[in-house]
Design a protein around this ligand. Structure first.
Ligand code: PLP
Length: 362
């Protein structure tokens, strides 16, 4: 049967990121303070009445709520099952087989996968040593789609407005700007959709909005672009329950979301200082996680996992700056949360580092 399968799917791997069952799970950048109470109330009320009928085909009520939130009209919004779905539908709608997708590296691990599953060719372009996008190298690809991520996962660093605008102005193809962490950042690039009809901004309810389990994301773009993406998306994608939860979070609990984002920002600065006190320099973070280049990251993370604390380890990242060059591309990505979680994490981290040091000394 193997020869019947798509040859270009052969080296695509199924996503393996399952970290369920840890006492403290700081591996996936979700909201460690919980979910918006209004969303939970809306779900309980909705569950009794919303199961039998279809949802709205394109999530129309949520589009209205999001349009008001972003400051555009509803034709500028597309909804999806997480921003994963916005990226996937965007790639599928906007490029045909064999087209190139240029993307900054390191970045969100799903990007090359979504390119490949849609028959596109992903081309990684290392970030500059200041963690900004290398505009000339990116444009030299002459890609059909250029993917930018700010603040970036896993480095937590923002791209500069000057570099993003240069890519938008000079790229001939589409430009996707992934703003999964915009709620923790100083800058917001959604207004670039007015600068160019070729820009798609992707956002999610999974991080600051505390609704990762509901799978809700959205895109902002010119109405022409939204129409094309909705062709690939298809109708009835969001469940009625998810749509209701997301509407409640935006409509009734924005203060809750903003308060928790403030706590996350304070926690990340505290964690960066704690790591610095241990001799670990981290690039400035504008997200709800800290990126810590450190040698033996995988060994440290597996020690911590044994102590019930999950963090995300990376190896062989591009050696874009002296911090990553010093660790040969090893790094940890640590989501921030309430104080007790941070202390449990640091205890597990210190124990892991000490244990590796003694086993090396032996
Ligand atoms: C988490 C994340 C996403 C995906 O979020 P979902 O809405 O849960 O699919 C997209 N992009 C980046 C950069 C992320 O970190």
């Amino acid at each position: 049967m193997n020869e019947l399968f798509r040859a270009d799917y052969r080296d695509i791997r199924v996503y393996g990121g399952d970290s369920k069952g840890f006492a403290v799970d700081l591996s996936d950048n979700t909201n460690q303070w919980g979910a918006p109470p209004a969303a939970e109330r809306a779900l309980r009320a909705a569950a009794e009445s919303m199961l039998r009928g279809y949802p709205q085909p394109y999530g129309e009520s949520l589009k209205d709520v999001l349009a008001a939130h972003v400051g555009v009209s509803p034709e500028w919004i597309v909804t999806g099952t997480g921003s994963d779905d916005i990226l996937d539908c965007g790639f599928r709608a906007l490029a045909t087989h064999g087209a190139r997708v240029a993307y900054q590296s390191p970045t969100f691990v799903m990007v090359p996968t979504f390119a490949k599953t849609n028959g596109l060719e992903p081309i990684a372009i290392p970030l500059a040593s200041n963690y900004d996008v290398d505009v000339d190298a990116m444009l030299a690809v002459d890609a059909h789609i250029t993917y930018l991520c700010t603040p970036n996962n896993p480095t937590a660093t923002p791209l500069s407005r000057a570099a993003i605008e240069a890519v938008v102005d000079r790229a001939k193809g589409f430009v996707v700007i992934d703003e999964a962490y915009v709620d923790f950042a100083d800058d917001d690039f959604s207004n670039l959709v007015k600068r160019s009809p070729r820009v798609l901004v992707a956002r999610t309810f999974s991080k600051a909005f505390g609704l990762a389990g509901a799978r809700v994301g959205y895109g902002i773009a010119s109405p022409e672009l939204i129409t094309e993406i909705e062709k690939a998306r298809g109708p009835y994608k969001l469940t009625a329950l998810s749509e209701r939860a997301a509407c409640a979070a935006i409509g009734e609990d924005l203060e809750w979301v903003r308060d928790k984002a403030k706590l996350a920002i304070a926690a990340r600065e505290w964690l960066r200082a704690e790591l610095k006190g241990r001799g670990i320099d981290t690039p400035p973070s504008q997200a709800n996680f800290v990126f810590a280049p450190i040698a033996n990251a995988h060994a440290i993370a597996s020690h911590m996992a044994n102590a019930g604390v999950a963090v995300r380890a990376f190896a062989k990242l591009p050696l874009i700056d002296p911090l990553l060059a010093a660790t040969n591309g090893d790094a940890l990505r640590i989501t921030v949360g309430p104080e007790p979680m941070m202390h449990a994490m640091l205890d597990a981290f210190d124990a892991a580092v000490a244990s590796l040091a003694t086993s090396e000394a032996r």
